[in-house]
Design a protein around this ligand. Structure first.
Ligand code: SAH
Ligand code: SF4
Length: 394
């Protein structure tokens, strides 16, 4: 019998599992705290659990981490992990430290089926959905390995990761069933205890699922817009052909009725000569104004300078163009930021996450090398460039 992975469960799932073992539901709270708050994976060390319960757990369950293929640290403190999810697939997770927060960028799928033109994950194609346990294993590993290295934050709160963004590989709303329990664990006070405002789902715009997310687990929402009209968006984000921009904006408006923040973040990848003219900026202002399909839509724009990769045939907009575009939006009354490129030296920037994963032969070679480095317990690979406890993260 394969052991059940306890990382696959939110609190309700864990409680049901305890009941199946003949234990009281409240044991789930203890288990959740040990696993997610303290990073413990050995039942033997969960000292306040009855011996008999620990013995039952040892036979039936495990806390199954993802094997680490590599771990890289950028000069700016960004950390990128490449995890092995089997059958030649790898996913990436990125930690981005800032003065007042620590953000983890998490993957939801191996590959992606949406196929956006400017995204290397999209060019790679779709392999499979990640399980809840594989999504949470990224957070579990990042939080506890950084904590062990002393990448603590000042004050009594030991948490290193204060924000999670589902902006890694994959379209989270195309893996809805696995993403929801993972979000619940991120929010659970017995686990990571993150506020809904600090957990962001980023979507290329799956209208029906935006509504379901609003009803079942509203967290902060980022929508990857990239174009002000259907013709251009159909070309850049093929999924747009299904519902169209007007329906997407109306779903955003409905989302705000229950959202933890009172605005939607629109991500906009700046592509030279494609979507970055003054006319495009003016059309965006019109789209979210009272005259737009959803009426006035409270929103912020986050302009992402395109991170090029050879197969795309696209170029990054020049910095002055990005600034001029941002100014038009700002002058139109929309809060607009330009995303700083982080972790450039380790290919951890947006859309580069799959850079190395794209070429399957290369990834196979890297994974083989990673496996050769696996330590004896088969869980932790020696880092390619080891993390040091000192340095800007500490
Ligand atoms: N699938 C989801 C979340 C993952 S992509 C989505 O599309 O929203 C996270 C963000 O990175 C999206 O806004 C996406 O448009 C952006 N992105 C993808 N490829 C990029 C690239 N090459 N350069 C800059 N941003 C990119
Ligand atoms: Fe998928 Fe998002 Fe990349 Fe589009 S941008 S292909 S939705 S991961």
């Amino acid at each position: 019998m394969t052991a059940v992975n306890l990382l696959d469960f939110d609190l309700d799932g864990l409680a049901a599992f305890c009941e199946r073992l003949g234990e009281k539901r409240f044991r789930a709270v203890q288990l959740m705290r040990w696993i997610h708050q303290r990073g413990e994976s050995e039942f033997e060390r969960m000292s306040d659990l009855a011996k008999a319960f620990r013995a039952k757990l040892a036979g039936a369950a495990e806390v199954r981490a993802l094997p680490v293929i590599s771990e890289h640290r950028s000069a700016d403190g960004t950390v990128k992990w490449l995890f092995d999810v089997g059958a030649g697939n790898a996913i990436e997770t990125v930690f981005i430290p800032e003065d007042d927060r620590g953000t983890l960028c998490v993957s939801s799928q191996a590959g992606c089926a949406v196929g956006c033109r400017f995204c290397s994950t999209g060019h790679q194609g779709f392999s499979r959905n990640l399980s809840t346990g594989e999504i949470l294993a990224q957070l579990w590993h990042a939080e506890h390995s950084l904590r062990r290295l002393g990448v603590g934050r000042s004050g009594p709160d030991p948490r290193v990761i204060t924000n999670v963004v589902m902006m890694g590989m994959g379209e989270p709303l195309q893996n809805y069933a696995a993403v929801i329990p993972a979000l619940r664990v991120m929010l659970d006070d017995h686990a990571y205890g993150l506020s809904r405002r600090r957990v962001t789902v980023s979507t290329s715009g799956m209208v029906a699922k935006i509504d379901t997310l609003r009803d079942e687990c509203p967290v902060a929402l980022a929508v990857s817009l990239h174009a002000p009209d259907d013709e251009l968006r159909n070309d850049l984000v093929p999924l747009n052909r299904k519902d169209g921009l007007a329906a997407l904006l109306r779903a955003c408006k409905r989302y705000l009725e229950r959202a933890p923040r009172d605005f939607i973040t629109f991500e906009y990848c700046m592509l030279d000569g494609v979507n970055d003219s003054d006319a495009h900026a003016r059309a965006l202002l019109e789209l979210v104004s009272a005259r737009g399909p959803a009426g006035r839509l409270p929103c912020k724009f986050n302009l992402i300078p395109f991170n090029p990769f050879p197969q795309s045939g696209l170029r990054r907009s020049a910095a002055p163009r990005v600034q001029a575009f941002a100014k038009l939006l700002l002058d139109g009354g929309i809060v607009t930021t330009v995303r700083k490129t982080r972790g450039d030296d380790i290919d951890a920037a947006c859309g580069q996450l799959a850079g190395e994963v794209q070429d399957r032969t290369r990834v196979e070679v890297r994974m083989q090398r990673g496996r050769e480095r696996l330590s004896t317990d088969g869980k932790v690979a020696a880092p390619v460039r080891p993390l040091a406890p000192e340095g800007p993260l500490a």
